[in-house]
Design a protein around this ligand. Structure first.
Ligand code: FAD
Length: 467
């Protein structure tokens, strides 16, 4: 006999586990199925968390080399014990994935390890290590996430040619690392290995890095990464890799056409993006369509074409971000429970956790120009921020875009130290429809980096005081 639930969530990443927890809180009998063996999805296991553990550790190493002497801290022998660094990363991942199991118990969610397949509306079969288990649910939430997008003609072996997953566990820094794709994942993991000793070359098809981000931020970001030693080959495509010998020979061509050339590398990181993952879910059989990019088609309430089946997170449209999946998770659980669940996509921030960090929320100048929206700009550089000066972290700036007539904050774009933590204030401002003047007149502790946001907000009104 099938076990019956109010909600069965397929996928235990930030979309799936948060949806299950919220549904449990709302008193719905809930199960969450994941085939990985541990909960937490891409984010906790091979994404956000392990990458940030390595980014933080490698950044400390670089800071010790570059800044400690200027602070008068003498470190005569500085070296990296990569095994210990990796063990730290694995420990954090282990603790956080265990934490999800604890939260399931706390909220009476049943976690089921196995591959879920929807066999009919309201029916799921889970292939477990012991056989199969049938589940019935009035509501099914698809939260199966995404997987690495392969590069045609290049076979990822996770040893010499790696995806982000392999790049999180290299046994040693490769002498020459070639990163394919100048997006967030490539630049974050490229930064980790450059700091640990690799020569890093980033090949990008487009003529700019971090496509979709404010152009001014992207330009300064590229300059700073180049100053740190990263090399960029923009407007260039990888057309093949000869992996027969000890050295990888990568064929590249100008994206616009032209003569091919060869770049030698010891390791290649393929980071050209991620694709929605729906393999073996049974979607075709029950008539749930995907769009051209393979994303499950849903309406604004996350409903698919089949009644009682919803989709959230990386598997549906929108930014592939853990907190976007989490926001949709909360909204869909509330909708299922009969509440008015809602996500404000304009207020979802996006962060690149390199040094300096890049953090943005809302609309870019390019966006506003294209939409013919009149806007005002306020900008403030970290060179003029007292705390940044004291910390020797003066690279970057804060830029605030506000509606020319109403002063309402439309976008905040930052590059600089710790801006990933500072972007929360900007998201809140957009969520609450704040005016730039509201930020300018809000007290910000001195001396903090957040004062740069206040000064930029003053700049929107033409009265920046500390520059
Ligand atoms: C290297 C890297 C770094 C990243 N860093 C960040 C970051 O700093 N911040 C950020 O916001 N985002 C980051 N991301 C993106 C983030 O990981 C994803 O946006 C997020 O995990 C999406 O959550 P999800 O729940 O939709 O899917 P996922 O986390 O992908 O989870 C889906 C789960 O579903 C399971 N599954 C799939 N099919 C089935 C099935 N049929 N049955 C059972 N289980 C199934 C999978 O095993 C997986 O565990 C990063 C990604 C990578 C790769």
């Amino acid at each position: 006999m099938a076990d019956t639930f109010d909600v069965v969530v397929i996928g235990g990443g930030p979309g799936g586990y948060n949806c299950a927890i919220r549904a449990g809180q709302l008193g719905l009998k809930t199960a969450c199925v994941d085939k990985r063996g541990v909960f937490g999805g891409t984010c906790l296991n091979v994404g956000c968390i392990p990458s940030k553990a390595l980014l933080h550790a490698s950044e400390l190493f670089e800071e010790a080399k570059t800044h400690f002497p200027k602070f008068g801290i003498v470190t005569e022998k500085l070296s990296v014990d990569l095994k210990t660094m990796m063990a730290h990363k694995d420990k954090v991942v282990g603790e956080l994935t265990k934490g999800v199991e604890f939260l399931f118990k706390k909220n009476k969610v049943e976690g089921i390890v196995g591959e879920g397949r929807i066999t009919a509306p309201g029916k799921i079969t889970v292939k477990t290590k012991d056989g199969t288990r049938d589940l019935e649910a009035e509501n099914i939430v698809i939260a199966t996430g995404s997987d690495v997008t392969p590069l045609p003609g290049v076979t990822i072996d996770e040893k010499r040619i790696v995806s982000s997953t392999g790049a999180l566990s290299l046994a040693a820094p490769p002498k020459r690392l070639l990163v394919v794709g100048a997006g967030v994942v490539g630049l974050e993991l490229g930064s980790v290995w450059r700091r640990l000793g690799s020569q890093v070359t980033v090949v990008e098809f487009l003529d700019r890095i971090i496509p979709g981000t404010d152009g001014e931020v992207a330009k300064q970001f590229q300059r700073l990464l180049e100053r740190q030693g990263m090399t960029f080959r923009l407007g260039t495509k990888v057309t093949g890799v000869d992996q027969k010998g000890d050295i990888l020979k990568v064929t590249v061509e100008p994206a616009a056409g032209g003569a091919a050339e060869t770049i030698e590398a010891d390791t290649i990181l393929v980071s050209i993006g991620r694709s929605p993952y729906t393999a073996n879910l049974g979607l075709d059989e029950i008539g749930i369509p995907r769009d051209k990019r393979g994303r499950v088609v849903t309406d604004a309430q996350f409903k698919t074409h089949v009644s009682g089946i919803y989709a959230i997170g990386d598997v549906r449209e929108g930014a592939m971000l853990a907190h976007k999946a989490e926001d949709e998770a909360v909204a869909v659980a509330e909708i299922i429970a009969g509440k008015p669940g809602h996500v404000n996509y304009d207020a979802i921030p996006s962060v690149i956790y390199t040094y300096p960090e890049v953090a943005v929320v809302g609309r870019s100048e390019e966006d506003l120009k294209a939409a013919n929206v009149a806007y005002k700009v306020g900008k403030f550089p970290f060179t003029a921020n007292a705390r940044a000066k004291a910390n020797l972290t003066t690279e970057g700036f804060v830029k605030i875009l506000a509606d020319a007539k109403t002063d309402r904050v439309l976008g905040v774009h930052m590059i600089g130290p710790d801006v990933g933590n500072m972007i929360g204030e900007a998201s809140l401002a957009i969520e609450f429809s704040a005016a730039a003047e509201d930020i300018a007149r809000t007290s910000h502790a001195h001396p903090t980096l957040t004062e740069a946001i206040r000064q930029a907000a003053m700049g929107v009104g033409g009265w920046t005081m500390q520059m």
